[in-house]
Each structure stands twice: as C-alpha cells, then as structure tokens.
Design a protein around this ligand. Structure first.
Ligand code: 5GP
Length: 187
C-alpha cells in the first residue's frame, strides 16, 4: 500500500514521533471522561476549529458520554509550513447561535495563544452560558497571549508538528501520531 510505504519511509528517515498513536488514544479517552463528568447534565455545544482539529474532535466526541452538539469554525492564521505567527481570519463560521450554550472550543494546538484569544473574545460577545477550551497539544513555552485552556492533551516542545489532523505544507494530516521533522530546529 503506497500510503503505508510513504509514511513508513518518512518515519524511518526524517521524522521524530513526539506523541505516539496509543498515547493519543488513551489521552483522548481521559479528556472525554473528564469532559463527560464536568458536563453531565449540560448538553454542551462543541465548536471545532478547522482545519487541524477535525481528527481530534471526531475521536473525542465518540468517547464522550454526554450528548453534545457539534459545530465548526474555520480560521486561517499562518503560512502553511511556517511557524504560527500572524493575523487570524475567520474563513467560515456556522456557529451563530452561541447564546445560552455551554460552549467547548476544540483546538488542535495552542502555540502563541493568539488564535484562541481572538476566538474567545469573539465568542464571549455572543453571550454563551460558559466557554471552555480543549486543546490536544500545547506549546506553553511560546505563549504570547493569556488564554485559559482547561483541558490539555499534551504539553510539547516548541517544534513545528504534524499528523493526527495537523499538516505540514498541506500534507500528512492522516498520520495517526504527532511528529516533527528531525532537522526543523533551524526552521
Ligand atoms: P496560535 O495562534 O496559538 O499561535 O496558533 C494556533 C494555530 O496555529 C493552530 O490552530 C494551528 O492551526 C497552527 N499551528 C501552531 N503550531 C503549529 C504546529 O506546530 N503545526 C501545525 N501544523 N500547525 C500549528
């Protein structure tokens, strides 16, 4: 199978796995259990930030034991393949009815925190009952904006990562683990 061969070769030669598949599966279940306890009778509205969170949110909601509605927002905030720095732009938003909802924002990764800071302020203005954030990955060392992420999957070093929904120049979103390039340190 071409896909396996390509990824297999890449893993052996160029790629460092930062979070493996089993660890992701276990942690996603733990996060879902925690959220299920916290939102037991609340019917939360999950808003997944596209594109990077689509794999994470799909796994997360299947582990939840509460009935949750799911919505999506598409943001654009960095040049593909470069470090995440710059302006945030809303590309598509189907989340107009946040008023009175218990909103859980699902993000793939918090880097500078600027994206979530922007989104949080925007969402707050729409008068939800509550807002919390869940992020699969966090690079705490590169934080520039003050955001409170209640549920964090993994703290990772300040490296550019891909896999499990995150891309490297538009590719590798389908990898079941989170990885980075071995020689990205000067990037
Ligand atoms: P922040 O605004 O927190 O700096 O960046 C958040 C967004 O930047 C994430 O939702 C993600 O789209 C992108 N991003 C940040 N770090 C990485 C990374 O290491 N890899 C990838 N693929 N995207 C990243």
């Amino acid at each position: 199978m071409q896909k396996t061969t390509l990824y297999g070769k890449m893993v052996a030669e160029e790629v460092e796995i930062l979070v493996d598949e089993l660890s992701i599966r276990r942690r996603v279940k733990e996060l879902a259990d925690e959220i299920s306890r916290d939102y037991e009778d609340l019917k939360p509205l999950i808003v997944a930030v596209l594109r990077g969170s689509f794999v994470f949110v799909a796994d997360l909601i299947r582990e939840l034991e509460v009935d949750a509605k799911v919505d999506f927002i598409t943001l654009e905030n960095y040049e593909a393949g470069c470090n995440a720095r710059g302006q945030t732009r809303v590309m598509a938003d189907s989340t107009s009815h946040l008023s009175g909802e218990h909103v859980i924002v699902v993000e793939d990764i918090v880097d500078s925190g600027l994206t979530l800071h922007y989104l949080y302020k925007d969402f707050l203005a729409r008068e939800p009952k509550s807002i919390e954030i869940v992020a699969l990955l966090s690079k705490a060392s590169s934080r520039r904006a003050d955001v409170r992420v209640k549920y964090v999957g993994f703290e990772i070093p300040d490296r550019f990562v891909f896999g499990y929904g995150l891309d490297l120049q538009g590719k590798y979103r389908g990898l079941p683990f989170v990885a980075c390039l071995k020689d990205d340190r000067e990037a």
